[in-house]
Design a protein around this ligand. Structure first.
Ligand SMILES: [Zn+2]
Length: 290
């Protein structure tokens, strides 16, 4: 953890300090080595938040985009029988969870149910193949069929399973994929600095938005994020409804614009005459001579 309580103040880990966990109130000790980032660790691992994962540099960098008193907030459910530490909770009650490790869809779902108004930020560099796979699809060299929409920066994706790890596809909240990692990866086109937001699917295909790191941090900090996501989702629903109606109309429209011809000459009788000629022209031909 980034913070522990000492005399009720939230303090960062410093060599030889001891503190109290702000979630379970048990003693924690400062771990200030050279291999891992400086952090607080429980003396005994039992009884605290079982969702907690060891922090990486990536986690810490992300959390530090937000004020210190928004980080590591203990949240209690309505029944007051379960509590978890949210990585970030903004003053607008948006929870931002930074996920580096693999997570099973079931656990992902539990966390979404618990925090409700939340957004995931996922480290897209956990597996080596994840980014090259995404890039191939995103440049439409794969089979995903990434289509631009009339809203700049928003794309329709027919097969999101070829772009993103399976565990995130059915999320009920937006998932941000961050492919920058620790920043040491090759990125000649500067594509890694863009974040990709997979929206919860409302229609027949997934929607993905390209968003700059700065725009995401700003929108989540000033509270616009939740409203914007809701607006997008309403838009998606409207678009899908419109497309569905158009499709239905095309299917039910009578073919009044078809011109019937017979051996290149337009037929005055239209379809009726065409069918008549068709039926008379295919009389069985007798083989042989009489
Ligand atoms: Zn604890």
């Amino acid at each position: 953890m980034h913070f522990a309580l000492i005399n009720n103040n939230r303090i960062e880990a410093q060599p030889k300090l001891q503190g109290i966990c702000s979630c379970c109130s048990k003693p924690v000790i400062a771990k200030c080595g050279t291999r891992k980032i400086w952090h607080w660790a429980h003396k005994s691992k039992t009884g605290c938040d079982n969702w907690w994962e060891p922090e990486t540099e990536w986690h810490r960098t992300w959390k530090n985009n937000y004020p210190a008193d928004w980080q590591e907030i203990t949240i209690l459910n309505d029944r007051e029988d379960e509590k978890h530490i949210a990585d970030v909770r903004t003053v607008h009650n948006l929870v931002i969870e930074f996920q580096h490790s693999h997570i099973e869809p079931q656990e992902r779902n539990s966390r979404e149910q618990f925090y409700k108004n939340m957004v995931w930020v996922v480290d897209g560099t956990r597996l080596k193949r994840d980014y090259p796979r995404f890039l191939k699809e995103w440049k439409s060299e794969g089979i995903s069929e990434v289509h631009k929409t009339d809203k700049s920066g928003i794309f329709k994706v027919w097969f999101p399973e070829f772009c993103f790890p399976e565990a995130w596809l059915k999320s009920s909240v937006p998932v941000i994929f961050d492919f920058l990692g620790d920043g040491s990866m090759e990125d000649s086109e500067g594509l890694r600095n863009t974040l990709y937001c997979l929206f919860p699917q409302v229609g027949t295909h997934a929607r993905v938005a390209e968003i700059s790191r700065k725009a995401f941090i700003n929108a989540t900090t000033n509270g616009e994020w939740t409203l914007r996501v809701q607006e997008f989702r309403n838009d998606f629903k409207k678009q899908d409804e419109l497309e569905r109606k158009e499709h239905q109309q095309t299917m039910s429209r009578p073919p009044n614009n078809v011109k019937y011809t017979w051996r290149g000459i337009p037929l005055i009788g239209g379809a009726k005459e065409y069918r008549k000629r068709l039926s008379t022209s295919y009389k069985p031909i007798r083989k042989g001579r009489r």
